[in-house]
Unconditional design. Structure first.
Length: 276
């Protein structure tokens, strides 16, 4: 079965909008962008469109590409202190002269709606209620939507990024899956993946996961987005896998549909965390 990310997103958006509409005050998201990177601008516009649809105040703060690290931190602190701001994002990537880790960790942990600060990552590892990276949350929500059992299953995560690989590994582990995290130094990868009930792949290599690497009936969650001959394809060879897998996400139309939605779930969640 093909997992329809668009359908999951639309159904969950209706529920989220109803919860936001029931609030007695508007939520506010701030996106801080440095420079004029075209791709980053597209992502910011996507977030702005969904904010309008959900009735969330959206503030876009664009700083020049030569902004200093201390100036950027001052801007973030301005929004950290603003009680009307619920969530803050610093759009990545940043210019090379700026330390991304230092910038991310200058965001108030309860406004870190990208879920990337060291404290929020640590809370995830301790299975505490916290803000989690959006793509990883989207993967879990898709599994839940299709009633795909995680507890007791063998899960393999290919890729160990801070955005996807590491957080989704912990989310699966917290759901009582037995998780193996694989990466570029993993030996005998195919032997590992052939034992997996669930495979999450996020490495940015088109059509890397092939049919001979996957057992019959496995679930494949493809996070990769690659452009090949003008066409978007994932990290999994979808055409040869779709009949073999019990569930598989397409690219486009799969995990990517969930990421921006999960951002606004995190914005809503800040209200709960503020009162904890």
């Amino acid at each position: 079965m093909i997992i329809d990310g668009k359908k999951v997103r639309e159904d969950k958006l209706r529920d989220l909008k109803a919860r936001i509409d029931a609030l007695d005050k508007k939520l506010t998201l701030v996106v801080v962008k440095v420079g004029s990177d075209e791709a980053s601008g597209v992502y910011v516009k996507q977030k702005e469109r969904l904010a309008k649809e959900l009735g969330v105040n959206f503030i876009s703060r664009v700083l020049p590409s030569d902004v200093t690290e201390s100036e950027l931190i001052s801007v973030i602190n301005e929004y950290n202190m603003d009680k009307l701001v619920n969530g803050i994002i610093v759009q990545l990537p940043l210019p090379k002269h700026i330390n991304e880790t230092r910038i991310i960790n200058s965001i108030d942990v309860n406004k870190d709606v990208d879920g990337l600060t060291i404290l929020n990552t640590g809370k995830l590892f301790q299975n505490m209620d916290t803000l989690v990276s959006c793509t990883s949350s989207g993967i879990i929500d898709m599994l839940d939507y299709y009633n795909i059992k995680v507890s007791g299953k063998n899960a393999v995560v290919i890729g160990r990024s801070l955005l996807v690989g590491k957080p989704v590994s912990m989310l699966l582990n917290n759901r009582n899956a037995t998780v193996t995290m694989c990466h570029s130094k993993t030996e005998n990868l195919s032997e590992i993946t052939r034992k997996a009930d669930i495979i999450v792949i996020a490495i940015g290599v088109p059509n890397f996961l092939t049919s001979d690497m996957v057992k019959e009936g496995a679930v494949v969650i493809d996070v990769g987005i690659n452009r090949v001959n003008g066409k978007l394809v994932g990290d999994a060879a979808f055409e040869e896998l779709k009949e073999k897998c019990s569930y598989i996400t397409p690219v486009p139309g799969g995990v990517g549909q969930m990421t921006v939605y999960e951002l606004y779930e995190n914005v809503y969640k800040t209200l709960k965390l503020k009162n904890m």
